[in-house]
Design a binder for this molecule. Sequence first.
Ligand code: NAD
Ligand code: UDP
Ligand code: UDP
Length: 319
Amino acid sequence: MKRILVTGGAGFIGSHLCERLLRQGNEVLCVDNFFTGTRANCESLLADPSFELLRHDVTFPLYVEVDEIYNLACPASPIHYQRDPVQTTKTSVMGAINMLGLAKRLRVRILQASTSEVYGDPDVHPQAEGYCGHVNIAGPRACYDEGKRCAETLFYDYERQHRMSVRVARIFNTYGPHMHPQDGRVVSNFIIQALTNQPITIYGDGSQTRSFCYVDDLVEGLMRLMAVDGGPIGAVNLGNPVETTVLALAERVVALCNSRSTITLHPLPQDDPRRRCPDISRARDLLHWSPRVDLDVGLTRTIAYFEAQLARSAAPVRS
Ligand code: NAD
Ligand code: UDP
Ligand code: UDP
């Protein structure tokens, strides 16, 4: 069994990854600066002697001894990554340099959590890994998109120049328990609004599409990508190829929550991609992976999580 570093391990996806790695019998070192992640996301893991939680910012060097690295540290929702755009780019680029330097010293494999955002507002559909993207270099999303693109470049250059073993996952919209309730992402917003019978806030007319992958499927894909043998393999898309309009998502959430919420329309944010859907042929061929959890099942589990969270925050505090 291995000692595995997960940066961003107290975040939404990272906390599920830490749990799965521990369940496999590994030791996990979770490194996080708690910018968007929380100790609560790792609450169930803290008692496990194989789990270690270290508060650290990946823009600074890190000297630890591990056998494998998953680099997830970076805020992922537009509200959070646009709050301090300079720090977002620093986290992506300097975080990548430091974690690659660590992997190089230790001669261990490192996986980068990249993103479908490297495709920007795509003019090719669905997006395969060979598509070079359509990103606005000056827009409000650029700190994240270009930061992640530069991080990918660093991964390929360290691979070539220092003969390292790297893996790059281009993650598409993922949802599930442990999403931050205030990060403004569409699934968490709609569920909280529906559970509290507040108006559902659709940006634009709701005809824009996304493809939503349940977090357990995504984590399985990340672990398979880390484990796959072979030399340079390039980027691999991980996401659910079932495309849904934002309006259809709103209607499903309202129905599953038995909510009285009505749908309201609001302005579309600048540079909001019109369509997004992964071509996952590479993941199917290389990893024999495809998502298994369908949208209704995943939404039902996520709704149960937020229901419990809302009940907890409404409960009277015991003195
Ligand atoms: P998240 O915001 O819940 O988790 C990110 C974690 O990184 C948080 O715990 C945060 O505190 C930590 N972090 C941020 N800056 C840091 C720094 N400088 N040093 C140390 N820790 C830092 O987001 P998530 O949805 O779990 O995303 C995880 C990774 O997956 C990110 O790299 C993100 O870009 C990528 N990704 C996520 C999605 C998605 O739909 N959730 C889609 C594409 C890519
Ligand atoms: N680094 C780190 N931990 C290590 C080794 C390196 O954080 O165990 C950081 C270090 O700060 C360095 C960066 O990774 O700046 C890149 O390392 P690399 O060896 O590629 O470059 P150099 O040390 O020559 O800058
Ligand atoms: N969105 C929406 N209402 C919300 C939050 C988001 O209509 O309350 C839209 C948003 O404009 C985008 C889509 O839902 O078109 C997905 O947004 P999210 O922030 O979850 O992810 P990303 O845009 O990064 O894919």
